[in-house]
Ligand binder design. Structure first.
Ligand SMILES: [Zn+2]
Length: 110
């Protein structure tokens, strides 16, 4: 699955309400495509810590247009699972980064 619209359709099917109820959350997950327009953008938010950050931003639950409260964490987990088949940790992503000299930092002269 790729587009936030498709994730939102899936949320509406799973949790009720309209896809528009869920679109802001799914857009947030995929906003990082603006920085890197290939699968690697997912390293920034598509992991367990990203799901918890999403909850901090959008609140513990949203009320959909059916008047039903839906935990934001469930919506985030649905997004990440649909994209990756599982919910990785941030460490899973970061451990795949090749090291470069500049990443070690610079020595300061004191
Ligand atoms: Zn995504």
């Amino acid at each position: 699955m790729a587009h936030p619209w498709k994730h939102a359709e899936s949320s509406a099917k799973k949790f009720g309400g309209k896809l528009e109820d869920y679109l802001p959350i799914h857009n947030w997950f995929d906003e990082s495509k603006a920085f890197l327009p290939d699968f690697r953008h997912r390293a920034l938010r598509h992991h367990a810590e990203g799901v918890f950050l999403c909850e901090r931003i959008f609140g513990v639950a949203i009320t959909n247009s059916d008047g039903r409260q839906v935990p934001v964490r469930y919506i985030g987990e649905q997004h990440v699972r649909e994209d990756l088949g599982r919910i990785p940790t941030a460490q899973d992503w970061l451990s795949e980064i090749r090291s470069a000299r500049w990443m070690y930092g610079q020595r300061l002269g004191y």
